[in-house]
Design a protein around this ligand. Structure first.
Ligand code: FAD
Length: 390
């Protein structure tokens, strides 16, 4: 079936999990997503449902209590969640990304301390790279972490922190050597727990879409963390660890693009069969048939590209090229498909009674966050250059 994401999943167990998440989305998420979204309320009951399905531990190794499923499965889960409400896939994104980064690059002490608590989840995770003066150019951040005896002292401002108010651990990218060249060699990531002196969560942004989940400012003002908070226990690898985590984030966002576009398409093709214009259902007008055919083809291409990137990540090799292509294509496609679904609906698409206006407000985030489309193209081009050495 065109909309059955599990049909493209090679592992049957992963496929079954994605199908079950899809059923839950139809039953629990679709009927109430717009209500939560319009009220901009954190969807506690839905998050509880995600937790009961084990989704917060989807990438946590079994020895720490997680499900330890594949990225292929994760991509399908993100598609299904976003088909219901894009914000749900956002709530889980930095959590899974940070959990992955801890399990891949953390010390054994860090794994034991955090991973079992991420499964339920007793605590949720946030990732904080972006600053007022540095977004796409992540190596331009100004937040510093200075060694002082057995501690590090962190100073700086962060912004656009998803899960900023509810996180129990923040993976914070800093500079431990602001003079290092190349700049990334002086960067280190820390696992910061809230409640310490000098750490505060600032303003929550009032956003166009992506509501329900909070996005905030953060500030570090002589915030003191123990040296054991340094991810992996070694300075200078933070940029590389975070970039590897972002491959996971880009698979999530690509999946979100596919899921949201699918939701828009599902609504559009149903509407096109019942809405009559010039004496026949609009689906019988060839221009609309062509539009629907193009939408479905683009969604399918994005979906295959996303699963392909996820499987590449599952193979354990660097997958910035694949994740970048999937994220670029799926999110740009999503914007186009959502607008096409609005065209098919005509005037009624502009009403807040239909979810299309929510899709329309949610879609642009995905071409921006987790690296803009311009940045994906740069990542892709650099990876291609590596593949064609001269
Ligand atoms: C709702 C939301 C949630 C977010 N959540 C998080 C989060 O949890 N954690 C986090 O760390 N960040 C988060 N972000 C930040 C997000 O990752 C950044 O906004 C994004 O990376 C772009 O950075 P910027 O906003 O500073 O734009 P800029 O870097 O200022 O870019 C502005 C424009 O210039 C273009 N540009 C920049 N450099 C180049 C170049 N070299 N070549 C061509 N064009 C270029 C960009 O593509 C863009 O079009 C979030 C953002 C939003 C909106």
């Amino acid at each position: 079936m065109a909309r059955d994401f599990a049909a493209d999943i090679l592992d049957p167990i992963a496929g079954e999990i994605v199908t079950n998440v899809g059923r839950w989305v139809d039953r629990e998420v679709k009927p109430q997503a717009s209500e939560f979204e319009h009220a901009d309320v954190y969807p506690d009951p839905l998050v509880k449902g995600m937790s009961e399905m084990g989704l917060f531990g989807i990438k946590i190794p079994e020895r720490y209590g997680g499900l330890d499923l594949s990225f292929e499965c994760y991509a399908g889960v993100c598609m299904e969640l976003a088909r219901g409400w894009m914000s749900l896939a956002g709530i889980i994104n930095t959590h899974v990304l940070v959990g992955y980064t801890i399990s891949e690059y953390g010390t054994e002490e860090q794994r034991q301390k955090f991973l079992p608590r991420l499964v339920e989840p007793e605590i949720r995770c946030a990732l904080t790279i972006t600053e007022p003066d540095a977004g796409s150019d992540a190596q331009a951040i100004k937040t510093t972490a200075r060694r002082d005896g057995d501690d590090y002292v962190i100073n700086g401002q962060k912004m656009w922190v998803t899960n900023g108010q509810r996180a129990g651990v923040y993976l914070a990218l800093t500079k431990t050597d602001p003079t290092a060249e190349p700049r990334h060699r002086g960067m280190s990531a820390f696992l910061v727990e809230p409640g310490i002196a000098g750490f505060s969560v600032g303003k929550k942004f009032d956003k166009l879409g992506y509501k329900g989940v909070e996005t905030t400012e953060l500030s570090f003002d002589d915030a003191r963390v123990p040296a054991s908070a340094l991810l992996g226990g070694k300075e200078g690898s933070g940029f590389q660890h975070v970039m590897s985590g972002l491959e996971v984030g880009r698979i999530n966002v690509a999946g979100r693009g596919v899921g949201l576009a699918q939701a828009a398409f599902d609504d559009a093709i149903r509407y096109a069969q019942v809405r009559v214009a010039f004496g026949r259902p609009i689906i019988e007008h060839q221009a609309q048939q062509i539009r629907l055919a193009e939408m479905a083809t683009k969604i399918r291409a994005a979906r295959l590209l996303t699963f392909d990137a996820a499987r590449k990540k599952d193979s354990g090799v660097r997958s910035d090229l694949d994740a970048g292509m999937a994220k670029l294509f799926a999110t740009e496609m999503c914007q186009e498909v959502v607008l096409d679904a609005m065209r098919i609906h005509g005037g009624v698409s502009y009403s807040k009674e239909l979810p299309l206006e929510r899709y329309y407000r949610d879609a642009p985030l995905m071409v921006i966050a987790e690296g803009t489309s311009d940045i994906q193209k740069i990542v892709i081009a650099r990876a291609l250059q590596r593949e064609y050495p001269v």
